[in-house]
Design a protein around this ligand. Structure first.
Ligand code: ASP
Length: 434
């Protein structure tokens, strides 16, 4: 096979495997870890930075173009409603799967008293840092989340990738403005953003050429920095429960795509494989966004105006993997402390995990910070975070894959609905004309 024809997901997989292999090999030498940190890790950082660099301009250009292409505000509100409705529904399904599994498997019951005390003391400091971060979030009023969506200064919003919702808000307003002003006046502005959008898509292609090297560096670093195998064994049942739940969620997406769009799940997952691998390697839906966008538009046939609306919003608020993990982690900690959670409390977890996942930033480790809120609401000791801290990164990698897959699945569903309703409207118009 010609080198050029190797599909991207294979190249990324090869990069990942070599990274793990090299990390394991170098860990055997005393100088290995510092060599990896000094000479390999920077390439991973450059790759992630390059992806993050284009996130804000991408959202801006593609969303403004996408919304202004809709031509009609009712199309936007229809799409918005469908998108948010499906996001919330899939998140609730994810939390329910998590709760069901953790209650059936009871991973917390198998943690011995000794291991529990060990883990609590090893990760005490890290856990309390997370708790204090979450307390800041908790202390704000109930409507603060909505207030935070509206930035007081565009430059301020665009200056921080964590402010994605603010950039989305601004882009939506510009798009709506473009629909409402006369076509002649809107034309040059639209053309500018169309052109900018094309340039950014090309930049994604260029950055993706470096993906195999980027993931190689990321994985080698991860292996060097990962905790001991003993920890994995102690928390094995917990990790198994989370991963099983995440796999079931992937199955749910396959079924959703099959039933609503008639696309085979295999071709759907093949289409988004590079985005999934990148989500796994970077643990960040935000960093993966440019690639998710490219894959669904170019390989799954999702129209650009749909993808440019659904995906940025999804990357920020639709985190099914995170919500599932939060439900499992909360009940696991309760089990480990010997607490019995009532049905009412578990129903409360459905609500808080849904909200906490919406509030989680699309960056590594964010889900764990927001988990504190779920624990607090359910009356589970927040110090329990220390129990799961050591194994959080690998689970973060897996839940990010689910977060990104969920966004892609919903974009296919919304695309199908939009295309069908367009066809219906055209047919009705033709009928009237006849
Ligand atoms: N890393 C996840 C994401 O970016 C968020 C989380 O920590 O669960 O999608």
């Amino acid at each position: 096979m010609d080198k050029k024809n190797i599909p991207m997901h294979w190249k990324i997989l090869i990069g990942m495997s070599l990274g793990v292999f090299l990390g394991l090999a170098l860990a055997q030498f005393e100088w290995g870890p510092s060599f990896v940190r000094d000479w390999i890790k920077p390439f991973g950082n450059i790759f992630i930075n390059a992806l993050k660099l284009i996130a804000v301009p991408l959202i801006l250009a593609s969303l403004i173009k996408g919304v202004s292409d809709l031509k009609d505000l009712s199309n936007l509100s229809k799409m918005g409603f469908r998108t948010v409705f499906t996001f919330v529904l899939t998140t609730i399904v994810a939390v329910c799967i998590g709760l069901l599994l953790v209650n059936l498997i009871k991973p917390g019951a198998s943690i011995s008293e000794e291991t529990r005390l060990d883990l609590l003391s090893s990760y005490e400091t890290e856990a309390s840092t997370n708790i204090s971060k979450a307390v800041v979030q908790q202390e704000t009023g109930p409507l603060q989340g909505i207030v935070d969506i509206v930035p007081e200064n565009f430059m301020g919003a665009a200056a921080d990738n964590r402010n994605m919702l603010q950039v989305i808000f601004f882009a939506l307003m510009v798009g709506v403005g473009l629909i409402l002003i006369p076509g002649d006046t809107a034309k040059p502005v639209k053309e500018f953003f169309d052109g900018l959008n094309e340039v950014i898509l090309k930049m994604i292609d260029i950055i993706m050429m470096a993906a195999p090297v980027g993931v190689f560096a990321l994985l080698a670093t991860l292996v060097i920095d990962s905790p001991s195998l003993d920890l994995f064994a102690a928390l094995g049942m917990y990790a198994f429960t989370v991963i099983l739940g995440l796999l079931l969620m992937i199955g749910v997406y396959g079924l959703m795509v099959y039933f609503f769009t008639r696309r085979s799940p295999l071709s759907f997952f093949k289409g988004i494989a590079p985005a999934q691998l990148l989500a796994f390697s970077t643990s960040s839906s935000a960093a993966t966004l440019p690639v998710t966008m490219e894959r669904v538009t170019e390989h799954l046939g999702v129209p650009k105006e749909v993808a440019s609306f659904v995906l940025p919003v999804g990357a920020t608020i639709n985190m099914d993997g995170t919500s599932l993990y939060q439900a499992v982690a909360a009940v696991f900690i309760a089990q480990a402390f010997g607490l019995d959670l009532s049905l009412g409390t578990q129903l409360g977890i459905i609500l808080t995990a849904t909200l906490a996942s919406i509030g989680s930033a699309a960056v590594p480790g964010a889900g764990m910070v927001m988990l504190v809120i779920v624990l607090a609401q359910a009356g589970i000791p927040e110090a329990g975070l220390a129990l799961i801290f050591g194994i959080d990164r690998p689970l973060d990698m897996c839940r990010t894959v689910v977060n990104v897959s969920g966004d892609a699945a919903v974009s296919s569903l919304v695309a199908k609905a939009v295309v069908s309703s367009d066809k219906l409207a055209k047919a009705q118009l033709e009928e009237v004309q006849v």
